[in-house]
Design a protein around this ligand. Sequence first.
Ligand SMILES: CC(=O)N[C@H]1[C@@H](OP(=O)(O)OP(=O)(O)OC[C@H]2O[C@@H](n3ccc(=O)[nH]c3=O)[C@H](O)[C@@H]2O)O[C@H](CO)[C@@H](O)[C@@H]1O[C@H](C)C(=O)N[C@@H](C)C(=O)N[C@H](CCC(=O)O)C(=O)O
Ligand SMILES: Nc1ncnc2c1ncn2[C@@H]1O[C@H](COP(=O)(O)OP(=O)(O)OP(=O)(O)O)[C@@H](O)[C@H]1O
Ligand SMILES: N[C@H](CCC[C@H](N)C(=O)O)C(=O)O
Ligand SMILES: [Mg+2]
Length: 489
Amino acid sequence: MELGEIIRSLPQYQCEKTLDGIHISNVEKDHRQVTSNTLFICIHGYTVDGHQFAAEAVTRGAVAIVAEKPLSLDVPVIIVPNTKRVLPQVASFFYDYPTTKMKMIGVTGTNGKTSVTHILEEILQAATFRTGLIGTIGMRIQQKYEPVNNTTPDALVLQKSFDQMVQKQIDVGIMEVSSHALDQGRVHGTDFDLAVFTNLTQDHLDYHQTMKDYLFAKSLLFSQLGNSYSKSKPKYAIINIDDPAAHQLIKSTAQPVITYGIEQEATFRANNITLFEQGVHFDMETPEGTISMNSHLIGKFSVYNMLAAAATAYYAGISITTIKEVIEQTKGVKGRFQPVLTEHDFGVIVDYAHTPDSLENVLQTIKNVCHGNVYAIVGCGGDRDRNKRPQMADITCRYADKAIFTSDNPRSEDPLAIIDDMVVDLDATNYQVIADRKQAIRTAIQQATSKDMVLIAGKGHETYQVIGDHTYEFDDEKVALQVLQEEKK
Ligand SMILES: CC(=O)N[C@H]1[C@@H](OP(=O)(O)OP(=O)(O)OC[C@H]2O[C@@H](n3ccc(=O)[nH]c3=O)[C@H](O)[C@@H]2O)O[C@H](CO)[C@@H](O)[C@@H]1O[C@H](C)C(=O)N[C@@H](C)C(=O)N[C@H](CCC(=O)O)C(=O)O
Ligand SMILES: Nc1ncnc2c1ncn2[C@@H]1O[C@H](COP(=O)(O)OP(=O)(O)OP(=O)(O)O)[C@@H](O)[C@H]1O
Ligand SMILES: N[C@H](CCC[C@H](N)C(=O)O)C(=O)O
Ligand SMILES: [Mg+2]
């Protein structure tokens, strides 16, 4: 694409050199990715200022630079007021607005995004749609996951991925939309058709400061959902009506609202819920009548995820019959209430609960089905929301018979200092501190006896543990299996 074509699409810019005759074959914001004929965009980040890499980008092949200030370089330097706002504009223009060429589903909320997007992927694939998925576990176009740096990557990575999806004739893009992404405009330029809200509870207060700011960030997905009614590309906001934030989100959007829930009247509503150790039964009210559902997924929170997926799939054009069939078959996602297969008479569950609400839901679910003692191995991530630490410790001690506080990903923090933050005001005494995660898992497994259940919370699908500057291999499921074997239990 010609540089002039890209730059003239911007509302405001200045450049002293001619833009003509320069061909752009790549756009980058990281100088390490620059190749010949790249347009390099300098981003002033949280950690470093990308302007300092502009000269190196030119050495590597950048033929033009977008910046917020003059830089003395031999290539054209296009000055704009704010490169962060320009990035999504250039990205979607360069890749020719790929999300207008497929159906796009965005799922936001504190908990349940990965779970809901995966159920949706299964339903859509069963209905023979070709799907592209982006989220915490990675990106996958139809089959294999590729790693992504963020649950919701930046606009450039996103638009490039959507372009790949269009090239591969993907019908529906499904993605998790994090509050950080909404706040930073990573999804500017993404034309969502269905925007889904799971729930809002405390997390990320290190970043958003207050719950009001956190809610505002979430609401952007709904306020930015289309700007006109369109027959060819109808838009829907799919909202969990039981969540206290629901009404604020409904007010944020001009598009038709579809509700789901358990407590309140809703378009998709679950009644007569029976929770079992092996799954859940419920009746689901739908626009086509009530159907009975039998699922392998566990816990009331999973009912919410199934309702969200069902409502979204229905308004994406899938039949109720297919929705029911797939939901009844699905076994869930790696690391979300995942049983570790043991031949022993106690259960071990790996779960990604890393917020107070998710931990409470999961422990409540285990408590309801466990006939012995509940062991919970819980830690909190370093360099993340500190407010949730004492809450998570308190919840653990309230539900578990025996709590073991350990390390999650301590990152740059002292593991014991994180655990201190967790237990500092704790009145309960039914806990032990074992900072070494493997040792914590071993201790619980050594102590567990018939009918007990051991919850290993916080890291779910993760295959690593970040301690200081090092990333070590660590997979809760594998470690649990190894310990079970070593302990001959
Ligand atoms: C706080 C935050 O959101 N940071 C994001 C931000 O990083 P940053 O601003 O620190 O970037 P930076 O390192 O200062 O770099 C600035 C610029 O210089 C460039 N650069 C940098 C170094 C270099 O050698 N050369 C170079 O060109 C960079 O490419 C960039 O353009 O931009 C990066 C690229 O888009 C993101 O990967 C990064 O996410 C970090 C890793 C992160 O941890 N983010 C978390 C808070 C987050 O976003 N989490 C949510 C999930 C939440 C949930 O699931 O609940 C998510 O969506 O992942
Ligand atoms: N609807 C829900 N409500 C509350 N808790 C849930 C819900 N769904 C899942 N959980 C719990 O939250 C954990 C994380 O679920 P999931 O990975 O689907 O959420 P997420 O929103 O993608 O999280 P992240 O923000 O880290 O990407 C699960 O392991 C489970 O413990
Ligand atoms: N998306 C979540 C992941 C947390 C996972 C937990 N294992 C941790 O490292 O804190 C976050 O950024 O808060
Ligand atoms: Mg996720």
